[in-house]
Design a protein around this ligand. Structure first.
Ligand code: PEP
Ligand code: MG
Length: 871
């Protein structure tokens, strides 16, 4: 196979093979943009290397050929003593993993070529030695695994309070010697002077960094498959650190926070790439570059426009200016906040760059869900202590913590925390995941903290420069002498950048208010959401229903766009005051006692159903007959035994009878016990009472459409018995209703052809179906061993969260197909939690279901994803 592609050979569609960075460098090269020449080693080579730890046969030869061609083109050899070619070795996977993997710059420098580099730069010794020390530092840290602090401390010591711009050539030269000493002490060997060896080692290190712990954690968080591998880009160096006429920057073609078009980015003079992202010095805005170097600025603006029109989307870029010449080092379709995603999609439609189908495809249900989070109210201002940059929106409240470790520790105890750092680096990832939000005192909107937080949808305020953060003393000081120590509660607003002392109350989001029925004509975001939702609704084939079991939820569900109720659980209607009636029912020893208990329940149930039918105004309402594990309705066996035992002789008769009943009904495994249809068959009159209440309620509400659903059926015979009884009652009352079943036991799915003989609809209860297909308890296992399973890659996400297509999904497909073979007009839906999960919704669309049903708050997400699935 071919393992190496010159930048002129690739294109943006080859991300699988060349990684995002490599594919886009190739695309820019072919667009004629100023990209320093170079080549990319494929992800395929990385996968082979990771498989057996050796570089695949032929790779080194191929790299040599490409390097020779590059040397010829540049007119310099790698590390050539009097006129060296230097290269960067950069990671670049298919999906962007900011800062998670390794990069080494300035490869090719050693004690000889450092002089050659100075000569190249017109005698700029300072620059050459600065570059050399950077090589040893980055190489030592990433390739040789030396602790970064050893280098950082040496630098701080040398600076001795000076700004890095004040350092001179001699300082850096001294630093090189110190660094070489660090390498010798830590590895027992000299820093490798051979440029080819440097490059070889760097390539391997980049491959290996695919499996660095933080990269693994990031992939899990972002659901990126673990087996993709990274490509390696070898690129001729251009230098932003050779004087004040040089520099490096990051830019977006639009504001990734608001979506607004315009000049947007950070620039740092006399610096190399990682300085900006690491937030080492505070940057200047891109506009300021216009004053410093107008021709470069103008060219950059032109290129940004060209890129946006070419990619038809927001792009982010990294660029370097080397003594007045602009170079493009990277571009990609940029990450953005949820709100910006909606705004940008609609703006691009208005600009004629994309159509509405594409606009719907460019936003996700997860982003919409984020926009539905509450935010801080306006009255919060009284406790504001400072304002930083609004790097990633949302409202976060929690105890201030000052290290990633503490964040993880407190979060594990269930505490809400806000991670406060000077600046974050990739090692803070675990803490960022654990925290509600992230606050930094340094770094711009393109700093590590900002980029990663946006990607995770986590609230972030960065560059709050007025704060003096001391990680060591675990506190920060705000203007006016306010001191916030670890454990003090703060609130941060990622949409405005405000930081508050104490807990600030939150208010509903404007997007939720829109779904509730208030279309604010002035709110640009709400308008964008409205247009996209309208198109998603017009495009989708799936109906969206709600899981709701009271009139209030039903009414909200309708406002949110539900087209019916897909699951009304009736067991909740038996709790509270009515529990007594259930106890009476279970304790009944004669038919008369049972009748009395049921007769007391029936009017209450009728009222419940009437309220729901009224709220749904003629839309279908699927009511599931009671499905409790019985123990949930009876007193606890141990507690009751103790009570009866303590009372001794004086124990009242009712308690004794109750205890006997509880003992009789006690189950080791209630989830696999007397529940669902089994209960209905065992307790005479229970289901009949419910059916009668449904029928009476339906009769009382004009237009009501009832669908009666039997839970936990495993065999058609169970269903037939209940159905016949239900039909008789419906006929007696004189109303029509569909009678169907849930498919939540594997046997039901496997015998769906038979079951469909007796069912007018199926609704997949994928909570139980997942539990029973995997054979693990939905109530217990997530905490017990899922993190281990996620780590081992048994699954990438909990099967209770996102439908397991291979196993549970296969049962769904079998049941859908065989059910419809028996009864072509069989209505199919899903009412397990998966009905509100984006990926599962796409599956339901593909499997030919008629509707998904989910909790009222997920309905907008389901509408959007159903639309996306259909495009
Ligand atoms: C299911 O099992 O998926 C279901 C919807 O029923 P419940 O969650 O009430 O068991
Ligand atoms: Mg169930």
């Amino acid at each position: 196979p071919k393992y190496v592609y010159d930048f002129t050979e690739g294109n943006k569609d080859l991300k699988d093979l060349l990684g995002g960075k490599g594919a886009n460098l190739a695309e820019m090269t072919n667009l004629g943009l100023p990209v320093p020449p170079g080549f990319t080693i494929t992800t395929d080579a990385c996968r082979r290397f990771l498989d057996d730890g050796t570089l695949p046969a032929g790779l080194e030869e191929e790299v040599s050929l490409h390097l020779a061609a590059l040397e010829k083109q540049m007119g310099r050899r790698l590390g050539q003593a009097d006129d060296p070619l230097l290269v960067s070795v950069r990671s670049g996977a298919k999906f962007s993993m900011p800062g998670m993997m390794d990069t080494v710059l300035n490869i090719g420098l050693n004690d000889e070529s450092v002089h050659g580099l100075a000569k190249q730069a017109g005698g700029n010794e300072r620059f050459a030695w600065d570059s050399y020390r950077r090589l040893i530092q980055m190489f030592g840290k990433t390739v040789q695994g030396i602790e970064a602090a050893l280098f950082d401390d040496a630098l701080e010591e040398l600076k001795n309070g000076r700004d890095d711009l004040e350092l001179e050539a001699a300082d850096f030269q001294r630093l090189v010697e110190t660094y070489k000493g660090v390498v010798r002490a830590q590895t027992g060997q000299d820093f490798p002077a051979d440029p080819h060896q440097q490059m070889r080692m760097a390539v391997k290190a980049v491959f290996d960094s695919w499996n660095a712990p933080r990269a693994i954690l990031y992939r899990r968080q972002e659901r990126i498959p673990a087996d993709l591998g990274t490509a390696v880009n070898i690129c001729s160096m251009v230098f932003g650190n050779c004087g004040m006429d040089s520099g490096t920057g990051v830019a977006f073609t639009r504001d990734p926070g608001s979506g607004h078009q315009g000049v947007y980015g950070d620039y740092l003079q006399n610096a190399q790439g990682e300085d900006v992202v690491a937030g080492i010095r505070n940057t200047m805005s891109l506009q300021e570059l216009e004053g410093i170097d107008k021709p470069v600025y103008d060219e950059l603006m032109q290129i940004m426009e060209k890129l946006e029109n070419h990619y038809r989307d927001l792009c982010d870029i990294e660029f370097t200016v080397e003594r007045g010449k602009l170079w493009m080092l990277q571009t990609r379709v940029g990450k953005r906040t949820a709100g910006a995603a909606f705004r940008i999609a609609v703006q691009l439609v208005d600009q004629g760059l994309i159509n509405l189908d594409e606009a719907v495809a460019r936003v996700t249900g997860a982003q919409l869900a984020q926009l539905m989070f509450p935010r801080f109210g306006k009255d919060a201002d009284s406790t504001k202590i400072t304002t930083g940059m609004n790097a990633s929106p949302g409202a976060a409240v929690g105890k201030a913590v000052f290290s990633s470790e503490r964040a993880v520790e407190l979060a594990a105890r269930g505490e809400a925390v806000v991670l406060v750092r000077h600046e974050t680096n990739p090692d803070d990832l675990a803490g960022m995941i654990a925290a509600q939000g992230v606050l930094t005192s340094r770094g711009g909107k393109t700093s590590h903290a900002a980029v990663v937080a946006r990607g995770m949808g986590k609230t972030c305020v960065c560059g709050a420069e007025e704060l003096e953060v001391s990680a060591k003393e675990r506190r920060f000081t705000a203007p006016g002498g306010v001191v916030v120590s670890e454990g003090d509660v703060i609130s941060i607003d990622g949409s405005s950048g405000a930081v508050y002392l104490g807990e600030v109350p939150v208010v509903a989001s404007p997007v939720v208010e829109y779904f509730e029925g208030a279309l604010d004509q002035d709110d640009e975001l709400v308008q964008a959401v409205h247009r996209i939702m309208s198109h998603a609704d017009a495009s989708r084939r799936l109906d969206v229903r709600a899981n709701a079991d009271n009139a209030e939820d039903a009414a909200r569900a309708r406002r949110f766009g539900a087209q019916g109720i897909g699951l009304c659980r009736t067991e909740h209607m038996f709790l509270g005051d009515r529990r007594q009636l259930v106890e009476d029912l279970v304790l009944a020893t004669s038919p008369q006692e049972r009748e009395r208990a049921l007769a007391a329940l029936e009017p209450l149930q009728k009222a419940d159903f009437t309220g729901i039918f009224q709220a749904m105004e003629g839309l279908p309402v699927t009511i599931r007959l009671i499905d409790p594990p019985l123990h949930e309705f009876l007193p606890d066996y141990t507690e009751l035994s103790v009570k009866v035992a303590l009372a001794g002789e004086r124990a009242d008769d009712k308690d004794r009878r109750l205890l006997a009943a509880v003992k009789r009904l006690h189950e080791q495994n209630p989830m696999l016990g007397l529940r669902g249809v089994r209960l209905g068959l065992v307790i005479p009159g229970l289901f009949a009472m419910q059916v009668r209440a449904i029928a009476e309620a339906a009769k009382a509400v004009p237009g009501a459409r009832a669908e009666i659903m039997i839970p936990l059926v495993a065999a058609v015979q169970e269903l037939e018995t209940v159905r016949d009884e239900a039909r008789a009652i419906l006929a007696e009352v004189g109303v029509e209703a569909l009678v169907g079943t849930m498919i939540e036991v594997p046997r039901a799915a496997l015998t769906a052809g038979q079951i469909a003989e007796a069912a007018e609809f199926f609704s997949f209860g994928t909570n139980d179906l997942t539990q029973m297909t995997w054979g693990f308890s939905r109530d217990d296992v997530e905490a017990a061993f899922f993190s281990k399973y996620l780590e081992l890659g048994v699954f990438g996400v909990s099967p209770f969260e996102s439908l397991d297509r291979d196993g549970v999904g296969r049962l769904v497909r079998i049941a859908a197909e065989e059910g419809r073979r028996t009864r072509p007009d069989l209505k199919l839906g899903i009412c397990g939690e998966h009905g509100g999960d984006p990926d599962s919704i796409h599956f339901c669309h593909q499997a030919g279901l008629d509707y998904v049903s989910c909790s009222p708050f997920r309905i907008p997400v389901a509408r959007l994803e159903a639309g996306r699935a259909a495009l």
